[in-house]
Each structure stands twice: as structure tokens, then as C-alpha cells.
Ligand binder design. Structure first.
Ligand SMILES: [Zn+2]
Length: 320
């Protein structure tokens, strides 16, 4: 998936062999696949820092082509949308992951008009609706308060974005949670860029004992969840397990509790975004793009899915 502006062909969140610039909307690994081989990367300074910290690889920053801007997308710290304006005045936005609600650990989204919109399709169903973020955060705090009196709560979370959000939720109720080494590494980048977070570090799943249990909240990367749970069982203690993700609205996780705390737009937020952006044409992208386009069409929007096979010629027709 790529767009042209002037002489530049800009790859959008994937490795595009013919692109001379690669736009990386944010630091989550499903958007950075092209980073290692790309000659130069267009992203925010924060995204560059997070990627370099995560993969220990120096990212070569690209010159921003003329007519290109990056707009905050609200998804995680440093996440951006790509705004392109041709000399003709024709404009295009690619959202990447985005949300309309305000995360306490990310910049608020900026919505601007564009003639063409390429929009992410993570939650394409009108019947999946997220609750107000403040309410969900309040539910998490209530759970911590209640269960923290009798044990510890073990959260599995993505090390970038969701982990920092959970740390902030704990800090707001006066709790300094235990986090694993990887979450510490990413949280330091957050702190460097102005998001202050109070936490303590534990080499999970090692060293679990009385000291660990004196802290009511443990936050570990998803891949450490099972090993940490097993280590707790081995010392004959119990923790309450939890996840906080929008996918909690769609499936059951193997945890004691699940909170639908999402950093994506649900269908209603997507419609709100589209109405503010007011594009002539909408192209849905990513997993769920067919369903999303169909559901937008049913509401009267001019929406069509794009996939890797079909998008190129369409965008080239419009943007060469
Ligand atoms: Zn993401």
C-alpha cells in the first residue's frame, strides 16, 4: 500500500519494495515490518525512539516530502496519521491505528478534512461499542481496590501503550505497580517524552515471593503472563489475572477478569471521524476492511475496501 506525492512514493506501514520513503504510523510491531529493510523512515521522533529501544536498531529518519504532514492519531504516544496534499490541492489522509477518545498517555487525535480517506478497520462492526474510557478506568481501579485487599492482580498487557496506560491508572489511585524489564524499558521512553510514570521493576517471572505479593498490581508483557501465573502457583499463592483490551468485547480471555479498554476506534468513533473528515472517497484497509466497507456503505458512505492486490493501481491512478 503506497501513495505518491511529487516524486516520492510513500509506503504506508508495510514494506513496499518500490517506495523511497516508508511512513510508520506508530511503534507497534504489526506496523513496523518494513523498518529494517527500508532506506528511510518517516515517523515521529517518539516512534523512532520507541522502535530503536524495542528492536535495538538505528532507524534512518526520512526527509518529509513536500506536501506531507503528520497528524496525531490518539492511539499511543507518538502515533501519527499521514496527511498528503498534492500541488493540485487534492488531499489524502491515511489514519493508521487511531481513536477518538483521549488516552491519558497519548496525544489527542487531530481530525482534518481530506478528499480521500484511507481508514483502519480494526473494529468494523456497528454492534461492538466501547464504554466511556473514564468508566472503564474506574472499573479497573475498583477491581484493584477490592481484590488488592486480599491478593495481587496480574495484568497481561502490550509493553508499549497499554502497559503505560495501566501504570497511569494505578498511579491515579496511589499505587506504584510492579512491571517487567521490557515494560520498564519502554516506560523510560515515555518518561523521556513527558509522560511521568511511577512503577517498580521486577524480573518477572523470577523472584516471586513475599516482597512481590506486598504490591497489589503486577503488569507483565503478554508473553510472560502464563509463565508468571505458573511461578505464582509454584509458590502456592494466588493472584487474580486480568487483561485490558478492546478485544474483550469480542472474545473470552483465559483470565479472572477482562476489561474492554481499547486504544482503537469502535464503529461509532469511526463514523464520528469520517463525518468530521468529510472525505469524498473512503478506502478501508487492514483486517476487517471488507466488513467495514460494507457496513459503511449500508449507512450511505462511499466506502470500498483496499487490499494489497488492488490498492496500488487505484491509488496510483488518483495520485500519480
Ligand atoms: Zn497499534
Amino acid at each position: 500500500m503506497a501513495v505518491y506525492v511529487g516524486d516520492s512514493r510513500i509506503g504506508l506501514d508495510i514494506r513496499d519494495a518500490d517506495a523511497n520513503v516508508h511512513f510508520v504510523s506508530h511503534a507497534h510491531s504489526d506496523h513496523t515490518g518494513g523498518v529494517r529493510k527500508a532506506s528511510s523512515i518517516l515517523c515521529s521522533d517518539i516512534t523512532k525512539d520507541l522502535i530503536e529501544t524495542r528492536i535495538r536498531y538505528e532507524v534512518k529518519a526520512a526527509e518529509k516530502p513536500r506536501g506531507v504532514e503528520m497528524l496525531d492519531s490518539g492511539h499511543m504516544l507518538g502515533s501519527k496519521q499521514l496527511y498528503v496534499e498534492q500541488d493540485s490541492g487534492e488531499s489524502l489522509i491515511y489514519t493508521g491505528d487511531y481513536q477518538m477518545q483521549r488516552s491519558p498517555v497519548a496525544e489527542r487525535i487531530e481530525v482534518r478534512h481530506a478528499d480521500t480517506l484511507i481508514i483502519d478497520s480494526t473494529y468494523p462492526y456497528p454492534n461492538i461499542a466501547f464504554d466511556d474510557r473514564e468508566e472503564v478506568m474506574g472499573s479497573i481501579q475498583s477491581y484493584i481496590k477490592k481484590k488488592g485487599e486480599i491478593g495481587s492482580i496480574l495484568f497481561g498487557a502490550y509493553a508499549m501503550g497499554k502497559a503505560q496506560e495501566l501504570i497511569r491508572i494505578c498511579n491515579d489511585m496511589g499505587v506504584s505497580p510492579l512491571v517487567d524489564l521490557n515494560i520498564e524499558k519502554m516506560s523510560k521512553v515515555y518518561s523521556k517524552h513527558g509522560i511521568s510514570l511511577d512503577y517498580q521493576v521486577q524480573d518477572f517471572p523470577n523472584g516471586i515471593g513475599d516482597g512481590t505479593f506486598s504490591n497489589p498490581v503486577w503488569i507483565v508483557s503478554m508473553h510472560l503472563m502464563d509463565r508468571t501465573r505458573n511461578a505464582v502457583s509454584a509458590v502456592g499463592r494466588k493472584v487474580f489475572t486480568a487483561v485490558a483490551t478492546g478485544f474483550a468485547k469480542m472474545r473470552r480471555f483465559n483470565t479472572d477478569v477482562q476489561f474492554a479498554l481499547s486504544d482503537h476506534a469502535d464503529f461509532a468513533q469511526a463514523v464520528e471521524y469520517i463525518d468530521l473528515c468529510n472525505p469524498r472517497s473512503i478506502y478501508t484497509c487492514g483486517a476487517g476492511c471488507d466488513t467495514f466497507a460494507k457496513n459503511l456503505k449500508a449507512k450511505g458512505y462511499n466506502a470500498n475496501p483496499i487490499n494489497r492486490a488492488s490498492n496500488m493501481s487505484m491509488l496510483l491512478e488518483n495520485y500519480v
